[in-house]
Design a protein around this ligand. Sequence first.
Ligand code: SAM
Length: 226
Amino acid sequence: HLSDRLATVAAYVPDGARLADIGSDHAYLPANLILNKRIKFAVAGEVAQGPLENAEQEINKHHLNDQLIPRLADGLAAIQPEDRIDTVVIAGMGGRLIQQILEAGSNATYKRLILQPNIDVDAVRTWLQANQYQITDERVLLDDGHYYEVVVAEPGTVEYNAMQLAFGPVNMVKNDSIWRQKWEREQGRMEKIMQQLEAANQTQAEAYRNYQEQVAQIKEVLAHAG
Ligand code: SAM
C-alpha cells in the first residue's frame, strides 16, 4: 500500500514502462507497480548503502529479484543501456537535488520523467525547459499536512514565462482546488509577515516590497487560472 504521494507518482507511470526509480529507498513504488502487474521491469537506484539494503529487503520479501534490480549508484548512473529504461521517477527530494541529478545524466533522453520535488519545484521546471522537455501534466497533493508537487515531462521544446515556472504551466490551466489552496496558504503566510513589517514601520524595506510583489503575483495568477 503506497502513500497518497507515491500513489500519485505511480499513477503517472505508463503501463508496461521500463522504469528507473532514482533514490528509491525502500523501492515501494517499483515493487507496487510490478506486484500490480502494471510494469514488468524496474531498476531501483540508490546512492546510499542503508536505503539500498531497504530496497533489497523489499525485493526479497516479494520475490521480485528477476524484475526489480537494486543498484548502488549516483543518480542516473544507475541506468545501463541494456535496461532500455523509458521512464524515470525521481521523488521525495529537494528540487535542486533533482535538478543536479538530471543535469549529471543529461546526455540521455527518456520518454517520460515523473518528478516529485519536496521544495524548489521551479528549479525542476527551469531545468526541463532548458533541456528540451515539455511539461505534460502536473498535480499538487496534500498528504499528511504537506503540499507535494508532481511534474510529468516528455521530450519537446517549449518556452515558459516566469509565472509558469513558479506556478506550473499545467497547474495554471487545470486550476485544481488543492493547487489553489497551496498558493492561498502561501499568500496568507506572506500577508502575515507583511502585517508584522507594517507594525514595525518597515514598509519601505526591500523585504516588504518583495512580499508585496509576490502576493500581487499570486493574486494575479489565481485570478486568471483556468
Ligand atoms: N523516492 C522515495 C520516496 O519518494 O518515498 C524515497 C525518498 S528518500 C526521502 C530520498 C532518497 O534519495 C534517499 O534514500 C537518498 O539516499 C536518495 N538519494 C539522494 N541523492 C541521491 C542520488 N544522487 N542518487 C541516488 N539516490 C539519491
